[in-house]
Design a protein around this ligand. Structure first.
Ligand SMILES: Cc1ncc(COP(=O)(O)O)c(C=O)c1O
Length: 398
C-alpha cells in the first residue's frame, strides 16, 4: 500500500506546476509560422510581459532557459575586460558571475553568504571605492532560489544613486517574477532577466530580457554581442522570424499566452497577494515546528524572505529524510538543497526547499505542510505539534 498514489505534486522551486489551461493551449497541431494567428498572438505577448515587469521599456524573448537570459543580458551590455560587481546571496548571482568571468569579464564579488540579503553599506563602500567608475554593472538576484532570500532591489538603486555611481543595475527575477512584487521602472532597474518556467507557469524553454534605453546605449559599444543573442532585432522585428532569430517556439507561445491571460484575469496585485499569504502560511508552520525541534527557516527575517520559495533546515540529515518520505508516502516532490546553502553549523542534507510559485493555491500549500508534519511524526523528528494549525489560521484569515 502506498498513500503516494494519486495525482503527484511537484512542489520544487521551478519548473513549477503547469495549469491545465496552459497544457491544453499547447495541445494543437503545428501552426503556420509565416502569417496569421501566431504572428498576431506573439505580438500580443509583449505588452502583457511588460505589464508584469512593470516597465514601459523593451523586452527581448529568447528560446533559452534562465542561463540563456543571463548570457543575453551580459553580451548586450559588456565588453571583454569590463568590470562588474556581483552581489552573492546564494548560488545564483555567483553563477551569473562565473558565466561573466568565462566570457572575459572582470568580476568583483561581494558574497553575503547563504543566510543574508545584500548589505547596502558594503555595496556603497565598493561603489565609493571605485572612483574611476570602472564598474559597468551591478548584478543582483531579487530572489535567490537556493537560499530563498529576497533582496531589496529598490534599495540597491537608492544605493547606486546615493553614491552617484553610473553603473547599470541588473536584476535576476527568474525565481520570482509574478510572485514577489517588482517594479522595474519605478525601482530603476536597467536590465531584468526571467524565464518561462516559474511564476509564468509555462514549460522551461523561454528566456526574457527586459532592458531600458540606458542599457541599450551600452549595447552600442558592447563587444561581446553575437548575432543570435543581440536583443535589438528581437524588440521591433521587421519580419516575424526575427523575434526568435529563427523558428519561433510555437507551442511555448500558446502556453505563455494562456498563462499571461490567467495572470491578467486574476490581477497582478492579487497574484502577489496570493503568494504572500501562502508564504506566510508556510512560515507560520515552520516557526511553530521550530519551537520544539531543530526546524528553522534559512532566512530568519520575514521581511527578507521570498514569497516564491522557502528553504528550510530540518536538522541533521532530516531534510533529505523528509524529502524521501514525502515522495514515497505523500506523492509530493520537494526541492533539493542547492550547493552553498549550508554553513558552518549545517550540512546540505539538513535542508529542503518548498516551491510555492505560480499555479499554487491554499489546498496545495496546506497539503505540503500537513504532510511535512506527518513526515516529521513518522520519522520522529522533534517539532512543535501545532504547526499545521498555525498555517490553517493564516489561510482562514485570508
Ligand atoms: C534565481 C535563478 N537564476 C537563474 C536560474 C537559472 O535558470 P535555468 O535553470 O532556467 O537556466 C535559476 C534556476 O532555478 C534561478 O532560480
Amino acid at each position: 500500500m502506498s498513500l503516494a498514489n494519486g495525482r503527484h505534486y511537484l512542489a520544487i522551486p521551478g519548473p513549477s506546476v503547469m495549469p491545465d489551461r496552459v497544457l491544453q493551449a499547447m495541445h494543437r497541431p503545428a501552426p503556420n509560422i509565416y502569417t496569421g494567428e501566431l504572428v498576431e498572438m506573439t505580438a500580443s505577448l509583449v505588452p502583457d510581459l511588460k505589464a508584469i515587469a512593470r516597465t514601459d521599456h523593451n523586452v527581448a524573448m529568447y528560446i533559452a532557459n534562465g542561463h540563456g537570459a543571463w548570457e543575453a543580458a551580459l553580451v548586450n551590455t559588456l565588453s571583454r575586460g569590463d568590470r562588474i560587481l556581483i552581489l552573492g546571496t546564494g548560488r545564483f548571482c555567483l553563477g551569473w558571475g562565473e558565466m561573466a568571468e568565462a566570457m572575459g569579464v572582470d568580476c568583483q564579488i561581494i558574497d553575503f553568504g547563504p543566510r543574508s540579503d545584500i548589505d547596502m553599506a558594503r555595496v556603497a563602500e565598493a561603489l565609493e571605492a571605485d572612483t574611476e567608475h570602472r564598474i559597468k554593472a551591478v548584478l543582483a538576484v531579487q530572489v535567490d532560489t537556493s537560499t530563498s532570500v529576497k533582496n531589496d532591489i529598490q534599495g540597491l538603486r537608492e544605493t547606486l544613486d546615493a553614491t552617484g555611481h553610473p553603473a547599470l543595475l541588473f536584476s535576476d527575477n527568474i525565481a520570482c517574477l509574478a510572485c514577489d512584487e517588482f517594479h522595474m521602472d519605478d525601482w530603476g532597474v536597467d536590465v531584468m532577466v526571467t524565464g518561462s518556467q516559474k511564476g509564468l507557469m509555462t514549460p522551461p524553454g523561454m528566456g526574457f530580457v527586459f532592458f531600458n534605453d540606458k542599457a541599450d546605449r551600452a549595447r552600442e559599444t558592447a563587444d561581446l554581442v553575437t548575432p543570435y543573442w543581440d536583443w535589438r532585432p528581437r524588440v521591433t522585428p521587421e519580419e516575424y522570424y526575427r523575434y526568435f532569430n529563427g523558428t519561433a517556439p510555437t507551442h511555448h507561445l500558446y502556453g505563455l499566452r494562456t498563462a499571461l491571460d490567467m495572470i491578467v484575469e486574476e490581477g497582478l496585485e492579487n497574484v502577489w497577494a496570493r503568494h504572500a499569504t501562502l508564504a506566510r502560511a508556510i512560515w507560520a508552520a515552520i516557526e511553530v515546528w521550530g519551537q520544539a525541534g531543530p526546524v528553522r527557516p534559512n532566512i530568519a527575517d520575514r521581511t527578507k524572505r521570498s514569497h516564491a520559495v522557502t528553504t528550510i533546515n530540518f536538522g541533521p540529515g532530516n531534510g533529505q529524510r523528509l524529502r524521501d518520505w514525502m515522495t514515497a508516502n505523500a506523492g509530493v516532490t520537494l526541492g533539493i538543497p542547492l550547493g552553498g546553502v549550508e554553513g558552518r553549523d549545517a550540512q546540505k542534507e539538513d535542508f529542503l526547499r518548498i516551491g510555492h510559485m505560480g499555479h499554487v493555491n491554499a489546498h496545495m500549500v496546506l497539503g505540503v505542510i500537513a504532510n511535512l508534519q506527518a513526515g516529521m511524526t513518522a520519522l520522529q523528528i522533534p517539532h512543535g505539534p501545532t504547526g499545521l494549525e498555525a498555517a490553517v489560521r493564516i489561510i482562514a484569515e485570508g
